[in-house]
Design a protein around this ligand. Structure first.
Ligand code: MN3
Length: 204
């Protein structure tokens, strides 16, 4: 069973004006598809790893032969990161979390606004290409982390709850060099129901 491009739950233009239709189309149908194609190609000869769910594969890079290691790590991460990213986007973003996740964010960061500042700092400060994440860390606490390239917190033992893609391909058509403006706009299309469900699944 090879990895497949997940369908989006909204149209490419549904996140306008925060994320433009052309960026969404290229990002999903070209960039994400390319990670999947490269991953499937690399796994072709690796019977054991081919059958693994992507979450498990990201925890088992040590099992990948050296000649395919970086292809699997970069493209496996790329596939998983983008799947998480699309799932947590919505044209009707709820603005901020509610319930147990909201309480946990307040407890961990002081306030929702302080959490936003921490995530924005990680996103804008990520040198080159990468991601910024809200995770449940190995100690079971909420934390903000950054990952370079297509690495994912899951490979470090954390559970990713929300991630923002800060590769230039995620924003350059509309925002050019203004990564901070893109990250601020992205908050408007975060689906907090999805993030809360991930938190509940990881925590309880
Ligand atoms: Mn991307």
């Amino acid at each position: 069973m090879s990895h497949q491009l997940p369908a989006l739950k909204f149209a490419y233009d549904a996140l306008e004006p925060h994320i433009d239709a052309k960026t969404m189309e290229i990002h999903h149908s070209k960039h994400h598809q390319a990670y999947i194609n490269n991953l499937n190609g690399a796994l072709e000869s690796l019977e054991d790893l081919k059958a693994m769910p992507i979450e498990d594969l990201l925890k088992h890079f040590a099992a990948v032969p050296e000649n395919l290691y970086w292809t699997v790590r970069n493209n496996g991460g790329g596939h998983y990161n983008h799947t998480l990213f699309w799932e947590a986007l919505s044209p009707t973003g709820s603005g901020k979390p509610e319930g147990p996740l909201a309480s946990a964010i307040d407890a961990a960061f002081g306030s929702f606004e302080a959490f936003q500042a921490a995530l924005e700092k990680a996103a804008v400060g990520q040198f080159g290409s990468g991601w910024a994440w809200l995770v449940l860390n190995k100690a079971g606490q909420l934390a903000v982390v950054g990952t370079p390239n297509q690495d994912n917190p899951i490979s470090d033992g954390h559970t990713p709850l929300l991630g923002v893609d800060v590769w230039e391909h995620a924003y350059y058509l509309h925002y050019q060099n203004r990564r901070a403006d893109y990250v601020k706009a992205w908050w408007s299309v975060v689906d907090w129901n999805v993030v809360a469900a991930r938190y509940s699944a990881a925590k309880f």
